[in-house]
Design a protein around this ligand. Structure first.
Ligand code: ATR
Length: 278
């Protein structure tokens, strides 16, 4: 058998084993996706273990996406610029760090019928998810505006993306008036924060009093619950909504393809994922 898995702390909540193991079964591969709880102090040993145990690779999640970097042999340009690794590929003992969140986000957006090229996107957030999203949107030729509760983090993010596409065009203060004005001009709103996620499902990742507008496409990366309060408010005003399941699916599919060299069975993976979210 061949093994892959997910290193994080904690990992028990993850939907990835269901999604990947269903795909392996569908293609008749004797591969297994394991949950690998790795405590912060053990990251180096665990990453070296990928080589020792001849795993084909690993997914990496919170809080290790940056911590694994010093233990890798190589970083793809995407992982390097995003500054975080969610997928490690073991190429004959050489460990390569990749970030499939960026591609996963774009594939999900395009699958939902949205082409970000030439659009103006307001991204909320400045953590790991936001970095992948901003990178992907800039690469795709979108105009990107950024806002975050802690403005200094948004400014730092913008700084590191200066050379990608046209760079982040504006960092907005996280205030009602600034965000409202931005939403009038933007076409796409992406929530890349954890706000609205279970169990705080009443929260909305925007300053108080901001109104959503019907011309917007609103993409929430939160997937538990699938229908967040933000998406409900967006639907109420007639905006187009995209939930977070697509990005989760496509970041996994991209990792699957890198590990196995085979096309990911998307329908099988989507059904397995949806069954865990039902
Ligand atoms: P991840 O890597 O999953 O994106 P993260 O680095 O912890 O996680 O980032 C979480 C994001 O959610 C940040 O943008 C954070 O804002 P701050 O930078 O101000 O911390 C945002 N966030 C979390 N809780 C929030 C809240 N209650 N209100 C507004 N933003 C919040």
């Amino acid at each position: 058998p061949t093994y892959v898995g997910l290193m994080g702390w904690p990992v028990a909540h993850s939907r990835s084993p269901a999604m990947h193991n269903a795909a392996f079964r569908a293609l008749g591969l004797n591969w297994h996706y394991l949950l690998l709880p790795v405590a912060p102090d053990d990251v180096g040993d665990a990453v070296r273990g990928i080589r020792a145990l001849r795993f084909a690779g690993c997914n990496i999640t919170v809080p290790h996406k940056q911590a694994v970097v010093p233990f890798l042999d190589e970083m793809t340009p995407t992982a390097h610029t995003v500054g975080a690794v969610n997928t490690i590929i073991n190429r004959d003992g050489r460990l390569i760090g990749e970030n499939t969140d960026a591609t996963g986000f774009l594939r999900a957006l395009r699958e939902a019928g949205v082409d970000p090229t030439g659009q103006c996107a307001l991204v909320v957030g400045a953590g790991g998810a936001a970095r992948a999203v901003v990178y992907a949107l800039l690469q795709a030729g979108a105009t990107v505006w950024l806002t975050n509760r802690t403005q200094a983090r948004a400014e730092a993010l913008a700084e590191t993306m200066q050379a990608v596409g046209r760079g982040v065009s504006r960092v907005l203060p996280f205030e009602r008036e600034a965000v409202q004005t931005a939403l009038e001009a933007a076409t796409l709103l992406v929530n890349a924060t954890s706000v609205g996620m279970h169990p705080h499902t009443n929260a909305v990742p925007l300053p108080d009093g901001v109104r959503l507008l019907p011309h917007l496409t609103v993409n929430d990366l939160v997937y538990v619950p699938r229908q967040t309060r933000l998406l409900r408010l967006a639907a109420e005003v007639g905006a187009r909504t995209i939930d977070g399941v697509g990005m989760l699916l496509h970041q996994g599919a991209a990792a699957f393809e890198l590990w196995t060299g085979q096309a990911a069975p998307l329908d099988v993976m989507r059904s397995a994922l949806e069954a865990t979210l039902a």
